[in-house]
Write a protein that binds this ligand. Sequence first.
Ligand code: FAD
Ligand code: UQ1
Length: 412
Amino acid sequence: MLRYKLVVVGGGSGGCSVAAKFTRKLGKGQVAVIEPAEKHYYQPMWTMVGGGMKTVEQSARPMKDVLPAQADWIRERAVAFDPKSNKVTTSSGDEVTYEYLVVAMGIQINWDAIKGLKEALDTPGVCSNYSPKYAPKTFEELKAFREGNAIFTFPNTPIKCPGAPQKILYIADQYLRKTGKRDKATLIYNTSLPVLFGVKKYAESLWKVVEDRGIVVNNRRCLTEVRPDTREAVFVDLDRPEQQFIDKYELLHVTPNMSAPDVLKACPALTDAAGYVDVDKHTLQHNRHPNVFAIGDCSSVPTSKTAAAVAAECGVLGKNLWSVMSGGQCTASYDGYTSCPLVTGYSKCILAEFKFDGVPLETFPIDQGKERWAPFVMKKELMPFLYWQLMLKGYWNGPKVIRKALHLGLSD
Ligand code: FAD
Ligand code: UQ1
């Protein structure tokens, strides 16, 4: 049986950052990361991959190069949790015990949830930026587009980066304009949500973008089936489920259904009713097991699931877990900070930043609701550097320090 002071489950954005912070504090042999993947992806880049601005290779690093060298990497899946005995079972049947546990498993993509989708992804016209396999196909489909409907979807479940399903819509619009094909295309955004974006300020800006560009938006319209043989997508109106719409597509960009990981759903002692790790939204400490914390997309924290949220959570979790390890209480409080750089083409971006309850919390003392060039460059060029060089090494806790400085200490 393996024993560690700290076990981190998942070596993605949150797991890697937390492991780096604590390996520095605790030293060699004290921290283990359970992570089966050989590659670590900077997922926010997949939007740019879909638009042909980056390659999928640029979004990947070998896992061994990003996990802290002083941590033990257990190259397996966690298959069961036993928080009463402080134990995690891995795919080989090994048991790993811990004094402290951080769960950072991300959100699970359920490609099977939409009838026909899995098979359709390997047929012409269908793509998704939500996978490293199919994000490059998005750009191939844009290049191959001749005429007809280009349909973009948002599912009827919580998802990571809720802005991403429409970023690619705007990129596609601009690509089709640049290549002289826009007048032969009908761009349609079918979203299960009743709104275009969850924060009013940015939703208003985005409605303007949609209107200016002649994009059709259908709210509460949810993809239920893909029929690649006839290139048809089937949608329902979520408010009138008997109402079905069958649309022909030339291009169909699907944002798949997502849920809490099955492994977590199988352990109610750790989770809320939906299967997300049941933590206090301010301290990130588990509500029933004080030696357990969660970070990122697999947690119950009610904010938009993004890497930006993970960065801010990492600062709070770092302080609180260290305090608890030292016999103290949780004193740091997460405010729900999250950010979504809403790329609106090949050179502009609306930089949405907000906290719990969708209250804007912006870093820069300018109106971030406007489409601008600077945040686009930040998203495309600066963020990847910040992610690999600072965040994954545990040194980036979100832009709070910058925000305070730029607002002369007057911001939250
Ligand atoms: P992840 O980084 O997904 O890591 C989870 C890890 O857990 C993975 O390495 C996985 O292999 C591992 N794992 C899963 N199951 C197990 C198991 N059973 N045992 C052990 N390990 C397991 N965020 C932004 O801030 N800005 C953006 O512009 C942005 N754009 C995005 C665009 C797209 C297309 C996508 C897909 C995401 C985007 N995001 C963006 C979201 C961001 O990537 C995620 O919110 C962030 O990576 C979440 O970090 P995490 O650590 O919670 O999960
Ligand atoms: C951020 O901190 C972050 O995490 C690394 C992102 O993920 C890629 C982001 O997209 C953004 C916008 C932020 C916030 C950072 C600043 C400087 C506003």
